[in-house]
Each structure stands twice: as structure tokens, then as C-alpha cells.
Design a protein around this ligand. Structure first.
Ligand code: RIB
Length: 293
């Protein structure tokens, strides 16, 4: 089983701050770390560390070569990570003492994914393969449609929530993964049970996974509902925790595990990720995750 992750690659500028900067405020950060990120890259690292054969497709600018090297080092196939003129995607991330974050994105090369590039990459994949995408690149509708046309099962982490998301053909997804903000955006309600009811009614063929931070996670498929509590851990940095969750959830789901098993494994992995700093750097290995289960 191979998975192709058509996803973003970002340089993360991570500022440790006392509090998120307020409108009109000028504030000094306590420290700056420059590191690998992008929901796409983080999720590829998570899939690879979870033991899944992972292929990444995406675009970088020249200053983003170290992102491709990081994927290589994680064991991700990078034949379809290509370089374009212009800037690499980046994120400005503030992290507070309680580990919460706020993220400002610039898409850079992630916004230069074209339907032609999508078709050229997907020509190498077919039935038996799976595809993962997020909402941080251009041509997302083309990625979904081309993957489905070629017989792949498609998972989408619908993050971040913005107007582009509402127009996507989400009815083709096998798995839709959202947090409470993205779920509320798509469903038009903030109540977790109502989010699951609304989205499963709208997408009857899709397994919907809802992460709820300290409230744990839930999943729904048709009339089935599963809920798993969060683990109590000391939070250092939540950046990339959702990406770790996505990679580990898919590891179990792709091998045919139950919804409850997939949520439990993903919960254990993301509990480790939030207890250490960084995004891709915080993703644990499969053996380490299993040792906590
Ligand atoms: O999910 C965390 C990621 O979101 C960061 O690495 C940042 O690059 C943004 O894509």
C-alpha cells in the first residue's frame, strides 16, 4: 500500500512569545527557530515514521531545498517534490508558554501547483494506492478529481478552513479529517455531535474524523459513532499535533483497522508530539508510540 501526499512544504519561523501579538502592539519575541513545516510535509513525515510507504508531491523554491532533504531523511520518496522559481511557502508561528500557537501562512510555491503537474504526478499511481491532501496548495479540486478518476482512495485534512474549501468536491473523499474550527466551518454548527451528523449526512460514503484538542477526538461513518478521550500530558507545543494525528490515523485506517483503533493510535502519537517542540521534528516513531499504548 502506497500513499501519495500532495501537500504543502513550508519554512516555519517559530517565535516563542508571552502572548499572541495584539492589534496595534509591537512586541519582542523571546526566541526564533527556523524549521521544516507545512501540513503536507509534517503529514508525510508522520506517515513515514508510522511505517507507511509515503510519496510526497509538492513544490518548493530554491531556499526550500532543506525541506526536501528532511523528507528524504525521514524515508519519504521525493521524486515528485520539484523546484520552481520564486519563494518557498512559509509560516510565521507564535507559540505561547502554554504551548498554544497562532499561524500566519504565505503559500509561495505551494500556490503554484497546476492541473498539469497534478496529472503528471498522478499518472504514476492507481487502484490500490491512496492519496492525502490538505488545503494549503493550489489545484486541490484537480488533485481530488484526478485521484478518484484513477481509482485511488482519497483522504483530506481540510485545513486550513477558508472559502476555497467550501467549493471542493468533498463527496468523493474516503476520509475527511477536521478540527473543531474546520468542522464548524463546513457544518455550520459548533456542536461536535451536530458536526458529525451534518457531515455524514452530506457525505454518506465518507468517514469523518473530528479532533477536539483537550476533548479528544471522534469519528463517524454512516450511523456509527466513536469517541476517544485525549491523554493528559504536559503541553510544550501543539504545532504539528494535528498532522501527527492524521498520519497515524491513516496508518491504521489503511491497514483496515477499526475506527476506534485508528483514533487510539493517532491519540497516542499526537500526545507525544505536543510534549516536545517543533512540527515535523516532534513526530514520534511508530515503536515509541506503540510503547505508550
Ligand atoms: O500544522 C502545522 C503547520 O501548519 C505548520 O508547520 C505550518 O507550516 C502550517 O502549515
Amino acid at each position: 500500500m502506497r500513499i501519495l501526499n500532495f501537500g504543502s512544504l513550508n519554512i516555519d519561523y517559530v517565535y516563542q512569545v508571552d502572548h499572541f501579538v495584539q492589534p496595534g502592539e509591537t512586541m519582542s519575541a523571546q526566541s526564533l527557530r527556523i524549521q521544516c513545516g507545512g501540513k503536507g510535509l509534517n503529514q508525510s513525515v508522520a506517515l513515514a515514521r508510522a511505517g507507511v510507504e509515503t510519496w510526497h508531491a509538492g513544490l518548493i523554491g530554491p531556499e526550500g531545498r532543506f525541506l526536501k532533504e528532511t523528507l528524504d531523511q525521514a524515508g519519504v520518496h521525493t521524486r515528485f517534490v520539484e523546484e520552481r522559481e520564486g519563494s518557498t511557502g512559509h509560516a510565521i508561528i507564535q507559540v505561547t508558554p502554554d504551548g498554544q500557537n497562532s499561524i500566519l501562512l504565505h503559500d509561495g510555491a505551494n500556490g503554484r501547483v497546476t492541473p498539469d503537474f497534478v496529472a503528471a504526478v498522478l499518472a504514476h499511481f492507481g487502484p490500490g494506492d491512496a492519496l492525502l491532501l490538505q488545503n494549503e496548495t493550489s489545484a486541490t479540486a484537480d488533485i481530488i478529481q484526478e485521484a478518484v478518476r484513477r481509482g485511488l482512495r482519497v483522504a483530506m485534512n481540510a485545513a486550513p478552513a477558508d472559502e476555497k474549501l467550501a467549493g471542493l468536491p468533498l463527496e468523493y473523499l474516503t476520509w475527511l479529517l477536521v478540527n473543531e474550527v474546520e468542522g464548524a466551518f463546513l457544518a455550520g454548527t459548533e456542536d461536535p455531535a451536530a458536526i458529525l451528523d451534518t457531515l455524514t449526512a452530506r457525505y454518506p460514503e465518507t468517514t469523518v474524523v473530528l479532533t477536539l484538542g483537550s476533548q479528544g477526538s471522534a469519528a463517524a461513518r454512516g450511523g456509527q459513532r466513536v469517541r476517544v478521550p485525549a491523554r493528559q500530558v504536559s503541553v510544550v507545543d501543539t504545532t504539528g499535533a494535528g498532522d501527527t494525528f492524521t498520519g497515524y490515523f491513516l496508518r491504521r485506517a489503511l491497514e483496515g483497522g477499526s475506527l476506534e483503533d485508528a483514533l487510539a493510535l493517532a491519540t497516542a502519537a499526537s500526545a507525544l508530539a505536543v510534549s516536545r517542540p517543533g512540527a515535523a521534528a516532534s513526530v514520534p516513531d511508530y515503536e515509541e508510540v506503540l510503547s505508550t499504548c
